[in-house]
Design a protein around this ligand. Structure first.
Ligand code: NAD
Ligand code: TYD
Length: 336
């Protein structure tokens, strides 16, 4: 398959690019990325010399560039990861979320419509369903009730993408994944933030009572699900992707501290996030039935590997946590 990937220098996108090139899922892969704070070409060092790979530094809002790339590369599929992806940042400043997640997705869809493309895979999140009360799990028909500017921007872009199938018969498929974790994740999200703070014996900030539940999905399992949806998923369809491992945040952080031999006293309760969703829970039978995909990595194994990766890549984390990261950290956590 010839692929045009957006946001391939971020956490999940770079895992997908590495797997697609190393595993020969793609005969040609073009990665369009703006290199925001979250984009990092170091994540792609192992594939940068692959002749099947092309990196293009640019914005998905640049309509001319996107049209030119689709014309030049004639991809079989566009896999759209590019987004502003962090809930806390969307609370501090939602503007960029509108620009990239909504307007950027629109620009990309319009370019794909103008030139024509065999498949458009829009990578989305289970956060579009909002907080889900026990004992329910959201299937793909569950109502959308996003809580944060981030999840609202993703819900909007999902609906826009799906409308291109309904209206123009553009073959759009949407995947909605639960919380990802694994190597190369930017240390603003729960798991890498807790691992890297614990490495420095810094306080681990727990929002509110820490009993919010998230379903954890190893990043490579997510990438394999995207590949499965590309190959066997149907246009116009939505597929949830989950790890079937729902845990309260506090349990996750305690598991991290135990695995690292650090005391639980590093955990520090801080003021809760506004609009904080209490529980995410999804069913993944639709994807499993349609494609045969199953999550392969259990949480204990994935977490252990992730901790080992951060320990072995302290320099990566050190570089990522310098400069602008410190300003963000101060803004989000000071006085909380
Ligand atoms: P990330 O923040 O790590 O990476 C985002 C990437 O997009 C970066 O490389 C960034 O430079 C690029 N980008 C941002 N704006 C751009 C623009 N205007 N033009 C081109 N490139 C741009 O994000 P991630 O965690 O890898 O998430 C990837 C996708 O998966 C997102 O769409 C996100 O909503 C979705 N998702 C994430 C999770 C999760 O747990 N992280 C779960 C489900 C779904
Ligand atoms: P996060 O990784 O930001 O993902 P999302 O909000 O998209 O689910 O947060 C995961 C959970 O961890 C969420 O309930 C918020 C909580 N959390 C903390 O308690 N402390 C923190 O410092 C962070 C970043 C998150």
């Amino acid at each position: 398959m010839r692929l045009l990937v957006t946001g391939g220098a971020g956490f999940i996108g770079s895992a997908f690019v590495r797997l697609a090139l190393n595993g020969r899922w793609a005969s040609r892969l073009t990665n369009l990325d703006k290199l925001t704070y979250a984009g990092n070409l170091e994540n792609l060092a192992e594939v940068e010399r692959d002749p099947a790979y092309r990196f293009v530094h640019g914005d998905i809002n640049d309509a001319q560039l996107v049209v030119r790339l689709i014309e030049e590369e004639r991809p079989d599929a566009i896999v759209h990861f590019a987004a502003e992806s962090h809930v806390d940042r969307s609370i501090l400043g939602p503007g960029a979320f509108f620009e990239t997640n909504l307007r950027g997705t629109f620009t990309l869809l319009e370019a794909a419509r103008a030139v024509g493309v065999e498949r458009f895979l829009h990578v989305s999140t289970d956060e579009v369903y909002g907080s889900i009360d026990e004992p329910h799990d959201a299937d793909e028909g569950y109502p959308l009730k996003p809580s944060s500017p981030y999840s609202a921007s993703k819900a909007g872009s999902d609906l826009l993408a799906l409308s291109y199938w309904t209206t123009y018969k553009m073959p759009v498929t949407v995947t909605r994944a639960s919380n990802n974790y694994g190597p190369y994740q930017f240390p603003e999200k729960l798991i890498p933030l807790m691992i890297t703070n614990a490495m420095e014996d810094k306080a681990l900030p727990i929002y509110g009572d820490g009993m919010q539940v998230r379903d954890w999905l190893y990043v490579d399992d997510h990438c394999r699900a995207i590949r499965a949806a590309l190959r066997k998923g149907a246009p116009g369809e939505i597929y949830n992707v989950g790890g079937s491992r729902a845990l309260p945040n506090r349990d996750v952080v305690e598991m991290i501290l135990d695995a690292m031999g650090k005391p639980h006293s590093l955990m520090q309760t801080v003021k809760d996030r506004p609009g904080h969703d209490r529980r995410y829970a999804i069913t993944t039978e639709k994807l499993e039935r349609a494609t045969g995909w199953r999550a392969e990595v259990d949480f204990e194994t994935g977490l252990k590997e992730t901790i080992e990766w951060y320990r072995a890549n302290g320099e990566w984390a050190g570089r990522v946590k310098s400069g602008a990261y410190q300003e963000y950290y101060e803004r989000n956590y000071a006085g909380r």
